[in-house]
Design a protein around this ligand. Structure first.
Ligand SMILES: C[S@@+](CC[C@H](N)C(=O)[O-])C[C@H]1O[C@@H](n2cnc3c(N)ncnc32)[C@H](O)[C@@H]1O
Length: 268
């Protein structure tokens, strides 16, 4: 049995998302070289560790995310690889270093939690870290909480997103804030990058999404200032969960919105 057909390797292949597969296709024969994962997590690092990189450097602003990565059985760290906890607002983070491949995987939406109002500067901050012949890959989610959709599935996803954000706010936290692909393209140009490719991927949300988002809400209830509001919210969330799971069952998943992948290179 070859390395790639062992049960573990096959499992690993299945776990890699179609977005990462698309990036692999875009990369073609280009060497991955020294790779930087600018907003790391278990999913992106699990993928990166399957690539023939020279080295990888993974950044997170969150100590708990770093702990989760260290505990992930499929993430193998070689001596040349680094997992660092740091914040991109800190100008000294990786100063003077350059990378052949730079991945921005769902970083932009998460910045609001760690560096609010700073999203507009992210690509100018990353530009000196991308080598002149290097490539940047951005994965993002088109905002879906701000606009009321027309379809039944869309309205359900919208309602879940709004109640999740309301619970985070009432518990004193800052929710994620997604940015659309056309905003990213504008900022890339201003920061000195040119787009090489862009593709949107329609999303079908499933039971795992419904439960994880609503559990996030339930876990925040004890931090609400008002117990009455917390109790009423619990009833509303329980009802929403039942409605969402029933619709998910009927429709075979809730289709709504898009992820996007953008490949960009430094302008000469
Ligand atoms: C949605 S999560 C992880 C996505 C990830 N690629 C995965 O595989 O799941 C976003 C990551 O970006 C990091 N992040 C957000 N804002 C940051 C900032 N200002 N500086 C450094 N990391 C940041 C978070 O700490 C987290 O590790």
């Amino acid at each position: 049995m070859s390395e790639l057909t062992t049960p573990k390797a096959v499992n690993q292949q299945r776990r890699i998302s179609s977005l990462f597969r698309y990036i692999e296709n875009l990369g073609g024969d280009r060497p991955w070289g020294n790779l930087l994962d600018t907003g790391t997590g278990v999913k992106s690092l699990e993928w990166i560790t399957t690539l023939p990189t020279q080295s990888w450097t993974a950044i997170t602003a969150s100590h708990s995310m770093a702990d989760r990565i260290r505990a992930a059985p499929r993430i193998h760290v070689r001596t040349q690889d680094r997992l660092l906890v740091g914040n991109w607002v800190n100008d000294s983070l990786l100063t003077g270093e350059t990378f052949d491949t730079v991945l921005v995987d769902y970083l932009i939406g998460a910045i609001e939690g760690f560096a609010p109002y700073w999203q507009g500067r992210v690509f100018e901050r990353l530009r000196p870290l991308v080598s002149d012949a290097g490539r940047l890959y951005i994965v993002g989610l088109e905002p879906y909480v701000a606009f009321k959709p027309d379809t039944e599935s869309g309205k359900m996803i919208w309602e879940i997103g709004r109640v999740r954000d309301a619970c985070l706010l009432l518990a004193g936290e800052r929710p994620y804030r997604e940015f659309p692909a056309d905003w990213v393209l504008r900022r890339l140009g201003e920061a000195g990058f040119r787009m090489v490719e862009i593709r949107h991927f329609p999303i079908r949300f499933r039971e795992h999404f419904i439960n994880s988002q609503l559990d996030m809400c339930i876990n925040r209830l004890t931090r609400f200032a008002s117990e009455e509001v917390g109790a009423a919210m619990r009833q509303y969330v329980d009802d929403l969960r039942a409605r969402a799971l029933a619709l998910n069952e009927r429709e075979g998943g809730l289709r709504h919105g898009n992820d996007y992948v953008i490949a960009a290179e430094p302008m000469s």
